[in-house]
Design a protein. Structure first.
Length: 311
């Protein structure tokens, strides 16, 4: 049994991670400032003596005696991270310094949840870990993208300079139950619109591509990375099955049996044209690859949204 801290533990990915860590018998502290996280994502654990919830902002220092830190705290969807850009970059930079400093003191192992956004609008396709990226430093997405890039640098430096045992994972678009209705991400938007019979908002012509990974696969990848000895990454975690946004819209309409029609809206600035992970490194080093096909993952996600909308 390990003592594990999950920052961002009340969020979408964090709460699924907390579920499996507790199921495996670990002691878990979920730390969150509840900006985009929900207490209800963790209600099922409140009576578990191995679980603790801590309302805290990672921008403020903290000292907790733990063996491992999964550092996920950071708003992840464009609507939320663009709400207060200065706070977003502070969360990535100051928050990551705080957690790395804590791990240095308590000799904890830390995994940083980085993102495919470090590749920006990529000029290399698919994206391998060796690609340095194509990121606008002063655009709408910069507070998030550049914040994560600095967080990676900090994580790398604390490892090489101070010997902190770190891991960096670059997460590609992930979806699943518990995504917020209003987080503006494509999967949640399309499902909510389809279930409500509202127009499906495709940005641009919908020819831009993304690769969608089901949250259970992603969580398995996070754990495999954390538990691998002597491996620091960065490593891509995502599903290489690439599709256009228009194809996704049609699939969601078909799977929900919705009468919604597609409505084309303007494309946001700096929206990456293509994105698909090369996951050879994860396969080789971690023996990890996604197992859940898009249709199977979407049907679980649609069922969860449907149940929550009816509440
Ligand atoms: P989320 O918004 O659901 O979760 C983030 C959590 O962090 C929320 O619970 C939020 O309240 C909390 N948080 C935000 N700022 C905080 C702060 N200053 N102090 C404490 N807590 C704070 O998003 P998610 O999709 O679960 O993403 C989790 C992590 O994975 C993020 O670091 C994100 O950048 C990364 N990621 C996610 C995706 C994806 O597709 N979901 C892709 C790439 C990277
Ligand atoms: N998108 C869309 N309609 C929506 C929301 C998003 O067409 O209602 C597009 C968006 O422009 C982008 C893709 O879907 O090209 C993925 O968007 P998301 O915000 O989910 O993730 P990210 O852009 O960070 O990959």
């Amino acid at each position: 049994m390990a003592r594990i801290l999950v920052t961002g533990g009340a969020g979408f990915i964090g709460s699924h991670l907390v579920d499996v860590l507790l199921a495996d018998g670990h002691e878990v502290i979920a730390l969150d400032n509840l900006f985009t996280g929900e207490r209800s994502n963790l209600y099922q654990h409140l009576s578990n003596p191995r679980f603790e919830f801590l309302r805290h902002d990672v921008v403020e220092p903290i000292l907790l005696e733990v063996d491992q830190v999964y550092h996920l705290a950071c708003p992840a969807s464009p609507v939320h991270y663009q709400y207060n850009p200065v706070k977003t970059i502070k969360t990535s930079v100051v928050g990551t310094i705080n957690l790395l400093g804590m791990c240095k003191r308590v000799k904890g192992r830390m995994l940083l949840a980085s993102t495919s956004e470090v590749y920006g609008d990529p000029l290399e396709h698919p994206q391998r870990e060796s690609y340095w990226g194509n990121v606008n430093p002063i655009g709408l997405r910069s507070c998030y993208d550049e914040g994560k890039r600095v967080a990676e640098t900090l994580t790398f430096c604390y490892q090489t300079q101070n010997g902190v045992d770190t891991r960096i994972v670059r997460i590609f678009n992930t979806y699943g139950p518990r995504m917020l209705f209003d987080d503006g991400r494509v999967v949640s938007n399309f499902i909510v619109q389809a279930l409500k019979g509202e127009p499906i908002s495709v940005y641009g012509e919908g020819s831009q591509t993304r690769s969608f990974c089901f949250v259970d696969d992603l969580v398995r990848g996070l754990r495999a990375t954390m538990d691998k000895e002597g491996f620091h990454g960065p490593v891509n975690l995502g599903n290489p099955a690439e599709m256009t946004i228009l194809e996704l819209a049609k699939l969601v309409i078909e799977m929900t049996g919705s009468k919604s029609k597609i409505s084309y809206k303007s494309l946001p600035k700096d929206d990456p044209v293509r994105r698909k992970p090369d996951i050879s490194l994860a396969k080789k080093e971690l023996g990890w690859e996604p197992k859940v096909a898009l249709q199977a993952g979407l049907s679980k996600t649609i069922a969860d949204f449907d149940a929550r909308l009816k509440r």
